[in-house]
Design a protein around this ligand. Structure first.
Ligand code: 3PG
Length: 302
């Protein structure tokens, strides 16, 4: 029997569908030092972003010889040494389409939250305070949003931002995208220097490090907002904190952090920062779609 280990949870409908098709599904999280050992008894590993599938785990699994497939239920595969796994004969797949709308909606939610102090006003009201005068925000209508990266999620953000009256600019290593002429393609420097909101939509690469650091933050418009619902590390957290404290940057919205599941305490508690604990893909709809893609991928693979 083909055995599947899901370490970061799996949609119950997907687990049931797999069981109905004759696969065995075990839902259990293992710490890194134990995971490699456990994988000798499984053909498939299903993870989200919490489980890190690094070289030593892959080595152990490859030596045992049973693991054939790792599925990242989600988009970013930076938690998996994917190239290394493939070299060792273990296939790696993700579910790139399933969560775009969910992440885009959270991005817009954060933009509205950070410009109108929604999160902070919630907290202080729950503390019994009525701080009406403190929370004078800004409108997003008529402002420019600059998207760094123009993949599936950024395209969904662009459509929604445009519908709310924002001017949309984007940059992407693949160049100008066809069929999106209502948005302006430009280089990263123009995004940084002319946007009221700079929103990140790219993967993180350890080798490249932070794309937005002190220099880039200083080059932004006074009072710009920085939004990151893509990957921790793309925006240098220390530099962002300094730019917020100096008043250069008006606000930031962060769903992702350099050192998850620990989040930068000073940023989390900053009055002009809107934060969530990496919940971009955490919606009923996205997880349902991810579950369906996982079932399809496993079926096709075997
Ligand atoms: C992704 O890359 O799909 C998102 O960042 C979501 O990650 P998660 O599955 O750990 O919530």
């Amino acid at each position: 029997m083909i055995r599947i280990l899901a370490t970061d949870g799996i949609e119950q409908a997907a687990a049931e569908a797999l069981r109905a098709k004759g696969f065995e599904v075990v839902e259990q999280f293992y710490p890194a030092e134990e995971l490699g050992k456990q994988l000798k008894d499984f053909d498939v590993l299903v993870v989200r972003s919490a489980t890190k599938v690094r070289q030593p785990i892959i080595d152990e699994a490859a030596e045992a010889g049973r693991l054939k497939l790792v599925i990242r239920g989600g988009v970013g595969i930076d938690n998996i040494d994917a190239k290394y796994a493939e070299e060792k004969g273990i296939a790696v797949r993700n579910t790139p389409n399933a969560s775009s709308i969910s992440v885009a909606e959270l991005t817009l939610g954060h933009i509205l939250a950070v410009t109108r102090f929604v999160a902070l006003a919630n907290v202080t009201m729950r503390d019994g305070k009525w701080e009406k005068k403190k929370y004078e925000g800004v409108e997003i209508f008529g402002k420019t949003i600059g998207l760094v990266g123009f993949g599936r999620i950024a395209k969904e953000v662009a459509k929604r931002a445009h519908a709310l009256g924002m001017k949309v600019k984007y940059t992407d290593i693949c160049g100008k995208a066809e069929g999106f002429d209502e948005f302006e393609f430009c280089d990263l420097n123009e995004i940084i220097t002319t946007s009221d909101f700079v929103s990140m939509h790219i993967p993180f690469s350890k080798a490249d490090g932070a794309l937005i650091g002190e220099k880039e933050l200083n080059a932004m418009k006074d009072g710009a907002f920085v939004i990151n619902c893509s990957r921790g590390g793309i925006v240098d957290e220390a530099a962002l904190l300094a730019a917020l404290n100096s008043g250069k940057i008006a606000g930031a919205a962060l769903d992702v952090f350099e050192d998850e599941p620990t989040a930068n305490e000073a940023l989390v508690n900053h009055p002009r920062v809107s934060v969530t604990p990496h919940i971009g893909a955490s919606t009923v709809e996205a997880q349902k779609r991810i579950g369906e893609e996982i079932v399809e991928t496993i079926e096709k693979f075997f």
